[in-house]
Ligand binder design. Structure first.
Ligand code: C2E
Ligand code: MG
Ligand code: MG
Ligand code: MG
Length: 283
């Protein structure tokens, strides 16, 4: 009888596994088709200078409309990474974003571009060359591009990842640590990578003014960043009180729904006309 029950349990388990495998395979096939059909889009979330409220950069965020349903990045990036599709997808995002930001800069707007990297993308053959080519084709100066990395990217093949990112850094591209403060090795990362910027994770910003410990931790991260000569960006600003506290702490930049939501390129076009910061020297 026990055997019978056990057998049935295995069957139930296998059925779940099966459904999961099928779902993943479907997702993988859909992703492939989506890339070919041009179903992906890039949205841009403005990053402002907290002292002047000017938009200094935009962060590119990938968007997928699967038919009429929006699929959040975190629901497909894992599958894209597993299937390797993240490599051509990321290359498309990189080129698209460089091209659009170059166009904004051509209208005399001194705006930077932040781009999220994926692990597989960094270790793919010719990653450094691909970034260089995208910069060359768009005419973007390397210093305008910031590549955002998270600590999970250094779990496997850390040496290779560090070598490649350092190579790009040497060319003038900037590096940022995204989701700073959430990992176990946030501080160690600062020693391993030649970083220019840290982005304070929204989980700290959420507690500003409401939670003493989180407020203190945010203040400490801002000070640490400044002591190391880094640009400090606070992410996930949703309430005016958070904005005020971050300004008072001297945090350099901010990003969040209160400031601006991620928007399509057309939205950035109209934003540019209202908050245009002229280029210092238009070459
Ligand atoms: P991230 O790089 O930390 O991006 C910030 C995320 O927070 C974005 O979510 C953004 O829409 C959201 N956000 C911005 N302001 C607020 C706010 O005030 N409140 C709240 N609750 N959320 C806010 P999104 O677009 O869903 O992206 C999630 C993550 O997916 C990103 O986190 C990034 O790790 C990854 N991702 C997004 N686009 C790309 C991409 O093009 N390539 C790669 N490799 N990863 C990407
Ligand atoms: Mg990011
Ligand atoms: Mg983040
Ligand atoms: Mg994140």
């Amino acid at each position: 009888r026990a055997k019978e029950l056990g057998g049935r349990r295995v069957e139930v388990f296998a059925a779940h596994m099966h459904a999961d495998v099928v779902r993943r395979l479907e997702l993988a096939a859909d992703l492939q088709r989506a890339l070919l059909d041009g179903q992906f889009a890039v949205e841009y979330q403005p990053v402002v200078d907290l002292a002047t409220s000017r938009v200094t950069a935009v962060e590119a965020l990938v968007r997928w409309w699967r038919g009429s349903a929006f699929v959040p990045p975190q629901q497909f990036l894992g599958a894209a990474e597993d299937t390797g599709l993240i490599v051509p997808l990321s290359e498309w995002i990189l080129r698209e974003a460089c091209r659009e930001v170059a166009a904004w800069r051509a209208s005399s707007w001194d705006v930077g571009l932040s781009l999220n990297l994926s692990c597989r993308q960094i270790t793919a053959p010719r990653f450094v060359e691909t970034v260089q080519a995208a910069l060359a084709e768009s005419g973007l100066p390397p210093g305008v591009l910031t590549l955002e990395v998270i600590e999970e990217m250094l779990v496997e093949d850390a040496e290779e990842v560090i070598r490649r990112l350092s190579e790009l850094r040497a060319l003038g591209v900037r590096l940022a640590i995204d989701d700073f403060g959430t990992g176990y090795a946030s501080l160690a990362l600062l020693r391993q990578l030649p970083v220019d910027m840290i982005k304070i994770d929204p989980s700290f910003v959420a507690g500003l003014g409401r939670d003493e410990t989180l407020t203190l931790l945010t203040r400490t991260i801002v000070r640490l960043g400044h002591d190391l000569g880094l640009v400090v960006v606070a992410e996930g600003i949703e309430r005016p009180e958070q904005l005020e506290l971050l300004r008072e702490m001297g945090c350099t930049r901010g990003q969040g729904y209160l400031v601006a939501r991620p928007m399509a390129a057309r939205g950035v076009d109209s934003l540019m006309r209202t908050s245009c910061a002229p280029l210092q020297n238009t070459a």
